[in-house]
Design a protein around this ligand. Sequence first.
Ligand SMILES: [Zn+2]
Length: 547
Amino acid sequence: MIWQCLRGGTVYDPSHGIDGLVQDLWVRDGKIVAAPADESQAKIVNHDLSGQIVMPGGVDMHCHIAGPKVNRARGFLAGMKGERRKQTASADAAPVVPNCIATGQLFAGLGYTTAIDAAIPGLSARLAHHEFSLTPFLDKAFLTLFGNNHYVLDKIRTGEQEAVRDYCGWMLHSVHALGVKIVNPGGVENWKQISRKTLRELDEPVSEFGVSPRQIVHSLAAAVDELQLPHAVHIHCNNLGFPGNWETTLHTMQSLEGHRGHFAHVQFNSYAGDPNDPSSFASGVENLVEYVTTHPEITVDVGHVCPGEAMTITGDAPFAQHLQRLTGSRWYTSDTEQEASCGIIPGEFKPYRNLVHATQWAIGLEWYLRMPNPWQVAMSSDHPNGGAFVKYPEIIHLLMDRNFRQEMISRMPESLGERCPLNDLDREYTLNEIAIITRAAPAKILGLSSKGHLGIGADADITIYSQQENITEMFQRPNAVFKAGELIVKQGELLQKQTGQLLRPTFEYDATSLKNLQQWFNENYSIRFGNYHIGEEESPCNVQSVS
Ligand SMILES: [Zn+2]
């Protein structure tokens, strides 16, 4: 039996209150373990980490790395001309939507070992699993879309909450998903099938179904809590991207009425301003932070934006259409029958020239800096919507170094200060707080009990950094990364390739109320029941239960 000892590193493990303590970590069979009873009798591989910084592997809880929408976005990159094509297609530059292999390589190179795709329709689960099996190094999971699902809307209309709950359980089990996602509740369906109009008000019903966004959010949040899923309902609110939408976000938080809820890429839903004036963007963060802070059942990931290339990949086709009309870009949309939509638009954030982009950039940072409790906030760029995940080190640098923030602000439009109070925020994140928002908090929010910490029994996913003056560089290039106890990155070089695990929750559900589900589908759609059922034996990834 071989033991590994990571000796003398300075450990940041916020889940156990360890904030820069020099200690040894013992690893065996892919897990963190206690030291052997008698070291002299054990076969030990030693790694000397003195003077280096040790953290759990990074966890990206909201990104887009698989499924049909991501492939369509890759298609856009293939069609780019001139300079932009050179940037995205050259071997030494990371494309904003990398292929499966490069996605795993780039995440691992950054010290991230777990990533969650936040929006897969049940019908596309097979493709997502196939792509996960091609994405090396990472442990992976996805969330499945329910907020515009016809069966869900129908059962909310008839008041059959137990059918909503059982359907969520059956679907997650069938497609091997981690959790329940809502995108623009009701608004997608209203736009897709009925009127080409999204829903702007939380109590405005989807015409044919007669149920409102408020009812959809409340019912699905209740279903997730009734099933005791490890991760709360994961919500992309109505009115994403519109000035003035902070009030919609607040009302959506209130509609939970005590149920747990996670609010995705909240930066895009925190705007003050006039909904009818696209240039009136300003920050509406303060009131939302106050509400979240006084409601521990609510968490957020930020969805910050970075200067440079981005790609809108969204299940919110009405928003994509709105953005297309604003920008005049090429776009793509599609309909997943009875379940979902998608919208894709290539783009670029230019905060040095564009006041709206500068305001969005500042609002993302404002969220991180204003949240008193870092355990309620996770780092995300909603990759690649706010820019690629490879830019996370720059955001970490901005959070840790007020001078660096001011230097960037000074290059942006002068009136930014009137739109967002970022320049007034003095806070600088500590390494411990960075470890919280990039690993410990997202793992905890997802309910991944063996991720995001370094206690006994944790997966031995470990990232080693050397302290450097330039924080961006320090986080761009970890010294070493261990995945399930194996060294996968050393001095920036990728070593042996692992497939990684599929992360699934363990939970129980009762399908009794679904006995007429096949008949319901037969009467209403061309979809066959069997399209959803992936089956244990067919799963292309190794399966690991999340307890
Ligand atoms: Zn997203």
